[in-house]
Design a protein around this ligand. Structure first.
Ligand code: ATP
Length: 309
């Protein structure tokens, strides 16, 4: 089946001449969750805004389920739900009307049952007749999500959905994301919480300074880029690493009881056997051994840092 979203050589130069997207190409499959990671100013919001038709691309092409976002804007836009970073709501409007109106904007017929379902799902039903200005900040965020979901989009964009929200909304948000994915909706989110991307994404894209550095299956990425650490626990603390172990470039934890060895899982030789032999020959006695895979965060920092240097 063709990709639901195809982005080809997308470029965006803002009026002042700043190049925010430098030729981004990306294909997104139906029903996947893609997390876009990148430091501040990397171009994540510009990318999402361009695909959603809020910002006009300088050049390049985007199709949503085969509909070009410029020449076939209405059809493309109707398939998209967007939860932007900033809350933008009409303060005197009532919650239910705001959400109902949003559905109408995408050419969908009025459906009060759908509006009720969405409001209930977001714990907003009790507030359905409240004016927006009477809501708390978290409730306003919930209205933004309701507005993005009510027209039954096939692709949902979440631009830093959990920045500054409380634990409850965060939990609700991820439950909704899981439910929508189960219903076949494609989800693209930007986040600064790398552990979140690690927990829910199928694929991860890393963007920096307007360029997509990579897009990969999360598990493959973590295996390919990841290093592992072997942590050797000694029965008795030592003051310093014995000379006989110098070649292994170990670090000794401050408690003197844990030796940490970092290795590349894909190297032809990890060096573990030699290390263990030398540890035994040095007269050290082990009581435990553990390994730890490097996190997505370490990979991310490594990638972005390497490019900057
Ligand atoms: N309207 C604009 N005019 C000029 N430059 C802009 C405009 N909007 C964004 N930029 C610049 O484009 C770059 C990318 O911004 P963008 O908001 O896409 O980044 P981001 O990855 O979403 O960042 P953050 O994580 O901070 O939200 C930044 O350098 C920003 O200053």
């Amino acid at each position: 089946m063709p990709a639901i979203l195809t982005i080809r050589d997308l470029r965006k130069t803002y009026a002042g001449g700043f190049e925010a997207l430098k030729g981004v190409s990306l294909e997104i499959e139906r029903g996947e969750i893609l997390a876009l990671l990148g430091p501040n100013g990397a171009g994540k919001t510009t990318l999402i805004s361009t695909v959603c038709g809020i910002t006009t691309a300088t050049s390049g092409h985007v199709t949503v389920d085969g509909h070009d976002i410029v020449t076939d804007f209405r059809a493309a836009r109707a398939l998209i739900g967007l939860v932007p970073q900033e809350v933008a709501l009409e303060p005197f409007e009532k919650v239910r009307n705001t959400v109902r109106f949003s559905r109408g904007l995408f050419g969908k017929p009025r459906d009060d049952a759908r509006v009720e379902e969405v409001l209930r799902r977001l714990s907003l039903w009790d507030k359905r007749d409240a004016q927006i200005k009477e809501l708390s900040g978290g409730m306003k965020r919930r209205v933004m999500i309701a507005k993005a979901m009510v027209h039954e989009p096939r692709i949902l964009f979440l631009d830093e959905p959990t920045a500054g929200v409380d634990v409850e909304l965060r939990k609700d948000m991820w439950e909704i994301v899981a439910e929508m994915k189960a219903a076949g909706v494609t989800i693209i989110l930007t986040t600064h919480y790398i552990e979140e991307a690690e927990a829910i994404a199928d694929r991860v894209g890393v963007i920096d300074r307007g360029e997509l550095l990579l897009v990969e299956e999360k598990d493959t990425l973590m295996k390919r880029m990841g290093r592992k650490q072997l942590i050797v626990e000694l029965t008795a603390p030592i003051e310093a690493i014995p000379e006989a172990l110098a070649r292994h470039r170990l670090t000794l934890a401050p408690d003197g009881r844990h030796l940490v060895y970092t290795y590349d899982t894909h190297a032809e030789r990890t060096g573990i056997t030699a290390l263990m032999n030398d540890v035994a020959a040095a007269g050290l006695v082990l009581c435990d051994v553990q390994t730890r895979q490097s996190s997505l965060e370490e990979i991310f920092v490594d990638l972005v840092g390497r490019k900057a240097s």
